[in-house]
Design a protein around this ligand. Structure first.
Ligand SMILES: [Zn+2]
Length: 531
């Protein structure tokens, strides 16, 4: 049992090898982690099983990832704190009967997608959108019970290990990676680490979370029949093409007829009956439900902004604000629209309004940073980009800091920030180009491949020069070095322009002959710049 489970090491490392083009140092780090691997006892089932790293380390990773993942998930829903307190109360009722003594915590995220997630260490989150999709307290208890099992049985530990390892990598890559490794990564098409994130739970994890989640519901006094009803509803919705919003939930917790059938069996064993909590739920959600049109307008405005329809987006943002003036996100959207239009003064005011209502969401600092940068207030811009990056490391903030450093003449800092931006992923190529521009002067040999050769027809000593980058390179200086008659000779040849991915052959002006042989020929690029 234990041994078979531990064999999954091979499976994991095979996955990582496939992705090894992402970052070479990934493999080193993962190998280091694998050496920490051991078998631990699952607190829910009591069975031994493989865990990628020891409990304490997994729990610490979960705890450390909690805050940035909340940011990534839309930040906290703060307008009606009573909703969060209500959800926390139900969670406490369930964790009090749970098998794993963890420091449980749950937050309500400000996102309309009906989703919920769990991290090792008992760190849970439920989206505003899921609360609105549920009908009673027992259904919510079913969702939370299910997530508690993922956290307590360390499903999260196994699933998020890949995520967390990669995210940890992203955060530490700047310190750990060698400059040259990063350049290789840049040449091979950067930013793959972030793509490796987010795989769903396994089928057996889902079954187990359902089964024990219902058991916890039973123990806490809720009717486990609500879990079956909820699953049935999800199966129905998942077949409905209109319910795109539910995709994310289904991606990590795929519903199926099979699951419904298994849950019915569990229900038959546990017996139905218990609290449903319909009225309580309706009362707790009353305010949020009343404000749902405001969030619909906000979601619509966000889509319109992405589509470049600024006027319509602006109308949606205004409508959202008129329906719910307390929601910071709505002012944030307005700020984004102003930014997209280059209206930096208005953008600044909107992000200020957002921050007045919620000063703990990275997007508002990021947006205000852009506004300050547009207004030429560089110190303020730097502070805001920094704060944004502290809340959630993101390529946009890093790029912003890179541009500010460059404007201030600090090339080393600029390079480090652009590199960070590329490594964080989500860069549209601008940061990669900016890095390349700065780096090519320092390390032209990395980007320009050179091969020395002697023409067999006439003995001319030539260099075959190729540009490995997607950028046109200018003012390339190629240096030829060799030995003739026991003395070193050198010559430099300038190439005014080298097209993207272009190749040329250049003459050194030297000729090789039997009477006058040349030895130890070495050709390299010693200078270059990007137009
Ligand atoms: Zn699940």
């Amino acid at each position: 049992m234990v041994r078979a489970a531990c064999d999954s090491v091979i499976y994991h490392s095979a996955i990582f090898k496939q992705r090894s083009s992402a970052v070479r140092s990934t493999l080193t780090l993962i190998l280091a982690l694998l050496s920490l691997a051991g078998c631990t006892v699952n607190p829910v089932t009591g069975q031994s099983e493989f865990a990628l790293i020891g409990d304490e380390a997994v729990i610490q990773q979960g705890v450390a990832a909690y805050a940035p993942l909340q940011q990534q998930g839309g930040g906290l829903y703060t307008v009606d704190p009573a909703v969060t307190e209500y959800v926390q109360g139900i969670t406490m009722r369930l964790t009090e009967v749970s098998d794993a003594p963890l420091d449980y915590d749950i937050v309500v995220l400000n996102d309309s997608t009906p989703n919920a997630w769990a991290l090792p260490g008992g760190k849970l989150a439920v989206n505003r959108g899921l609360l609105l999709a549920l009908e009673n307290e027992a259904e919510l208890a079913a969702v939370i019970g299910h997530e508690i099992i993922h956290a307590a049985a360390r499903h999260g530990g196994r699933r998020t290990n890949r995520n967390l390892v990669l995210q940890g990598l992203i955060m530490f890559a700047d310190v750990a990676s060698e400059e040259s490794e990063f350049r290789d990564q840049l040449m091979g098409g950067a930013g793959t680490a972030a793509q490796a994130i987010s795989q769903g739970y396994s089928r057996s994890d889902e079954m187990m979370a359902d089964e024990y989640g219902m058991e916890y519901m039973r123990r806490a006094g809720y009717d486990p029949a609500a879990a079956v009803a909820l699953q049935e509803k999800f199966v129905e919705l998942s077949g409905d093409h209109r319910s795109n919003l539910l995709e994310r939930l289904f991606a990590s917790h795929p519903p199926s007829r099979d699951r419904v059938r298994r849950n019915r069996e569990t229900l038959a064993r546990l017996g139905s009956g218990g609290e449903i909590g319909q009225t309580r739920y309706e009362k707790a959600l009353e305010y949020l439900r009343a404000k749902q049109p405001a969030y619909k307008a906000f979601d619509r405005g966000t889509q319109l902004l992405a589509a470049g329809e600024y006027d319509a987006a602006f109308a949606s943002a205004r409508r959202a604000i008129s329906l719910e003036p307390k929601e910071a996100r709505f002012y944030g959207l307005m700020g984004e629209i102003h930014l997209a239009r280059g209206q930096f003064r208005d953008a600044h005011l909107s992000f200020d309004s957002a921050l007045k209502r919620d000063d703990a969401f990275y997007l508002y600092y990021l947006g205000r940073g852009h506004a300050y940068a547009g207004l030429g207030q560089q110190t303020n811009a730097r502070n805001d980009f920094q704060r944004s990056g502290e809340l959630l490391p993101n390529s946009d903030a890093s790029s912003g800091l890179g541009r500010l450093a460059l404007a201030a003449g600090d090339v080393a800092e600029a390079k480090s920030r652009f590199r960070q931006a590329v490594q964080l992923g989500g860069d549209n190529g601008e940061a990669a180009q900016a890095f390349l521009r700065l780096d090519i002067a320092d390390a032209p040999g990395t980007y320009i491949q050179t091969v020395g050769s002697v023409s067999p027809s006439n003995g001319a000593v030539i260099g075959l020069i190729s540009n490995r980058t997607d950028l046109a390179i200018a003012d390339v200086v190629i240096e030829f070095r060799a030995f003739r008659d026991g003395r070193q000779i050198t010559r430099q040849v300038r190439i005014p322009k080298l097209a993207a991915k272009g190749r040329v052959s250049i003459q050194s002006g030297w000729t090789f002959s039997e009477q006058s042989p040349i030895g130890n020929l070495n050709v390299r690029a010693v200078a270059a710049s990007v137009d």
